[in-house]
Structures are given as structure tokens and as C-alpha cells.
Design a binder for this molecule. Structure first.
Ligand code: NDP
Ligand code: 2IT
Length: 444
């Protein structure tokens, strides 16, 4: 089957998995030309093998809440592809989690990890457990119950999970603790661990900082300075807050942040003190972004997203499909010059089409947010060596990796008119490495 036929067949087989099909369609349609130049790929039915996950674990997670009531959730781990290294990718806890969402994330992760230059395959896991409003002990018991089932399928050279939505340092700590107890080893099977037990410096910051480094590389191609630029960010979690921190240090203005309930708008840009408030609000008090608007008397769009405000740059950093075609057209009408995705697949296909048509600087998540998993890869390297590197060393490596990813996008995504299609560049570069590794390893 050629690439288009494979896509058609996947749509027939998985009609109830829209996010998975969305991610697959974007990759297949952008790599098709390159794929067709290699008849040997087709002979080995490579594209279908690359789209279907190696395996999926799904299981019931039963745990007891603070009231003594038994709760049941679904847990998953998708091991998508390990052609270039052990399965690697985050764990998501959110009420929306289902197999389609995790399959899309594991598929994307495979190409993203390929771009990082480090030896990591792609995977993703999670649960429909909703952490909102849960006590610390409930979160701990849930994490332990999840790992009681998953531990036998993961390991430092097999599959290395990390954080994602709803999973940060606290949850990784609880999961790693349980893993260590079950597996009777201390080899660093998770990344994003606490600094006291094998975590890497700069891992919490890495996705947000990496996205800003990628943005700087893109802006440099057009000689644009970040200083004074107005940036609309969505989300107020790990990725969003560290994106904001790096932007502030570079003299840019962060005009919006959000959560699933609404958006704050600060036209003159939030201050470092205000950002510190958001860090505490989200990580310690686990409150809502609305409380920021009440504290600082700024505008708040109840239930609204950030994309209607005037800004030069947009950095969607919350979740998939949070920026649609209308939002893209509004941003473009307001003069946006760059969109760099912190989240995975935050722009709908229609929005991506608008950005590409307008030829603004548009970076898809698998390139722009790869800094997080890159420093996860560096954490794995440190754990294997039983050493820790300084923050300066890790940050320098991160900057270098983001520069390298940008170069790969330019290499494979340059258009005759001199612009760069970063979607095509990232997909083709990510694909070629995995494809060559799969060819070399035979049909397995
Ligand atoms: P967090 O849980 O720390 O933060 C998520 C933020 O997004 C919160 O503000 C949350 O609001 C908001 N959000 C989540 N779901 C929705 C939704 N359905 N609608 C509106 N807002 C929503 O997660 P991260 O910052 O780690 O992840 C954000 C994105 O970045 C995800 O797409 C993730 O896959 C991606 N990513 C994360 C990496 C990492 O290292 N952590 C690496 C690369 C990509 P609320 O609190 O109301 O739910
Ligand atoms: O989407 C992602 O790249 C992540 N959530 C981070 C994965 C990781 O293994 O660090």
C-alpha cells in the first residue's frame, strides 16, 4: 500500500479515534513525496508499521478515596515505536484521556524524539483520573495503583515515562517510589524526578525554555528581535509558566495566560512578581487563573481563550485543538508574526493551513516543544553515568539541541521562495531517521 492508501485504511479501521487520525494524516500527507522516492519503504510496508503502535496496555485502576469509597479509572501505556531507542514519553492524567488521545501523543512523540538527536523511541501513557480537587494522599494512592499494574512493562532500557498534563514532579515522585519498590532497582526509570533522587537540573524548565529557544532560531531567520514583542500564551501549567519566565528574561511582554476556565489579559505584560504569583497559585495552592485577575484587577475572559487579543507571537501551551481556524484568522488579522507550539497539536488542521498559507513563522509542537523530552534524554544519560551535570551544562546542551532541530526543519522544509515549512521539515526529518532504523532492523 502506498501512503495515501494506508491513511484511508487507518480511517476505516479506527473511525472512533479522531485525534489519532488527525496526527497520522498530517504526517502522512507531508512525508508522502519523500516516502515515494524510496520504493524499498513501500516494499516493507513501512508507513503502516510506523503508524500502528507496537503495543497498547490498558487496564483498570482501583483505588480508595479519602471518604473510603472505591474509585475505578482506566490506565494506559502505548509503546509506539522503539526503532531508535527505548520507548520514551510522558504520562497524562486528565478526565478526557482515552485511547485515541494517547495514540496520537505516542505517535507524535516518536517523530519528536527522533528530532532530538538522542536515542529515544516513542511512547505515551495516562489515565482518565481527574487530579482536580483530589487530596495529596488521594493522588499518591492513585499513582501507586497505576504503577502496581504498569511497573512490569517499563524499565530504564525498555520504556521510560515522565510528566505531561496533570503529572508533574509530585506525581513522578510517587510513581517512581512505587516503581522502585516493585522492581527493586534504582536505575532512573522515570524522568522529571526530584533533584535529590536522580532528577536533572533544568528538566522542569526545559519544555518552555526550549520552545523560546526554538522561537529565537525562527525569528533570527527574519532578523526579528524578541525584545518588546507581545506574546499570547495559553495554559498556566508547567510549559506555559516556564515559557513566560524565559520570555520575561528576554524583555518580551507576556499578555495572556489561561486555564480551562478562562484567560487573563494584561496588555502591558505581566511582571516577574505576577508570574511568581501564578507559579504559587498553580503549584502550591492549586487554584484557578481567575484568582490572578481578582488579585491584580486585570481583565478576565470567563470561558475564553487568548487568541482574540492583539499580539505579535502566540505560544499555545495548554492542550490539543485549542486553536481553531477562526482563531488563526483572528491572530493573522491582528498581525501575528510567529506561532510556536508548546502543547502537542494545539492547532487544528484548519488553523495550521491558515498559518502555512500566510507564511508566518509557524513551528509545530513536535519541533518546538521537544526541549522537554530532550532534557529527559539528558536525565537518562546522567542516570546511566551515575553523575549529575550543572544547570549551565544542561541548558547549553538544550540550546544546542533546539538549534539542531531548527536546522533539520530548515534542511527538509525549505521552500523555493526561501521560506521554511516547519511542519514538513519536522515530519520528514523525524520520519527519515526512524524509517532508516526500521529498515535496517528487518520486519519485527
Ligand atoms: P500542566 O498540567 O502543567 O498544565 C496544563 C495547562 O493547560 C493548565 O493550565 C490547564 O488548565 C490547561 N489545560 C489542560 N487541558 C485543558 C483543556 N482541555 N482546555 C483548556 N485548558 C486546558 O501540563 P503541561 O504544561 O505539562 O502540558 C501542557 C501541554 O504541553 C500539553 O499539550 C502537553 O502534552 C505539552 N507538553 C508537555 C511537556 C512537558 O514536559 N510537561 C513536553 C512537551 C509538550 P486546567 O488547570 O484548568 O486544567
Ligand atoms: O510531550 C512530551 O514531550 C512530554 N510530555 C515530555 C515527555 C518526556 O519523556 O519527557
Amino acid at each position: 500500500m502506498n501512503a495515501s492508501e494506508v491513511l484511508k485504511d487507518l480511517k476505516r479501521r479506527f473511525p472512533n479515534e479522531p485525534e489519532y487520525l488527525q496526527a497520522v494524516e498530517e504526517v502522512i500527507t507531508t512525508i508522502e513525496d519523500e516516502y515515494n522516492k524510496h520504493p524499498e519503504f513501500d516494499r516493507y510496508n513501512l508507513i503502516e508499521r510506523l503508524c500502528l503502535p507496537d503495543r497498547i496496555f490498558s487496564f483498570r485502576i482501583s483505588w480508595v478515596d479519602d471518604k473510603g469509597k472505591v474509585q475505578n479509572n482506566m490506565g494506559y501505556r502505548i509503546q509506539h515505536n522503539n526503532a531508535i531507542g527505548p520507548y520514551k514519553g510522558g504520562i497524562r492524567f486528565h478526565s478526557s484521556v482515552n485511547q485515541s488521545i494517547l495514540k496520537f501523543l505516542a505517535f507524535e512523540q516518536t517523530f519528536k524524539n527522533s528530532l532530538t538527536t538522542l536515542p529515544m523511541g516513542g511512547g505515551k501513557g495516562g489515565s482518565d483520573f481527574n487530579p482536580k480537587g483530589k487530596s495529596d494522599m488521594e493522588v499518591m494512592r492513585f499513582c501507586q495503583a497505576y504503577i502496581a499494574e504498569l511497573w512490569r512493562h517499563i524499565g530504564p532500557d525498555t520504556d521510560v515515562p515522565a510528566g505531561d498534563i496533570g503529572v508533574g514532579g509530585r506525581e513522578v515522585g510517587y510513581m517512581y517510589g512505587m516503581y522502585k519498590k516493585m522492581a527493586r532497582e534504582n536505575t532512573g526509570t522515570f524522568t522529571g524526578k526530584g533533584l535529590e533522587f536522580g532528577g536533572s537540573l533544568v528538566r522542569p524548565e526545559a519544555t518552555g525554555y526550549g520552545n523560546v529557544y526554538f522561537l529565537l532560531n525562527m525569528l533570527a531567520t527574519r532578523g526579528i528581535d524578541i525584545k518588546g514583542k507581545k506574546v499570547a500564551i495559553s495554559g498556566s501549567g508547567n510549559v506555559a509558566t516556564y515559557t513566560a519566565k524565559k520570555l520575561l528574561s528576554l524583555g518580551a511582554k507576556v499578555v495572556t495566560m489561561s486555564d480551562s476556565n478562562g484567560t487573563i489579559y494584561v496588555p502591558e505584560g505581566i511582571t516577574e512578581e505576577q508570574l511568581e504569583y501564578i507559579f504559587k497559585l498553580k503549584n502550591i495552592y492549586r487554584g484557578r487563573i481567575k484568582e490572578f485577575a481578582e488579585e491584580y484587577y486585570c481583565e478576565y475572559f470567563d470561558g475564553g481563550r487568548p487568541w482574540g487579543v492583539k499580539c505579535d507571537i502566540a505560544m499555545p501551551s495548554a492542550t490539543q485543538n485549542e486553536l481553531d481556524g477562526d482563531d488563526a484568522r483572528t491572530l493573522l488579522a491582528n498581525g501575528v508574526i510567529a506561532v510556536s507550539e508548546g502543547a502537542n497539536m494545539p492547532s487544528t488542521p484548519e488553523a495550521v493551513h491558515e498559518f502555512l498559507k500566510a507564511k508566518i513563522l509557524y513551528a509545530p509542537g513536535k519541533a518546538a516543544n521537544a526541549g522537554g523530552v530532550s532534557v529527559s534524554g539528558l536525565e537518562m544519560a546522567q542516570n546511566s553515568q551515575k553523575l549529575t551535570w550543572s544547570a549551565e551544562e544542561v541548558d547549553a546542551k538544550l540550546q544546542n539541541i533546539m538549534k539542531n532541530i531548527h536546522e533539520q526543519c530548515v534542511k527538509y522544509g525549505s521552500e523555493p521562495d526561501g521560506t521554511v515549512n516547519y511542519v514538513k521539515g519536522a515530519n520528514v526529518a523525524g520520519f527519515m531517521k526512524v524509517a532508516k532504523a526500521m529498515m535496517a532492523q528487518g520486519i519485527i
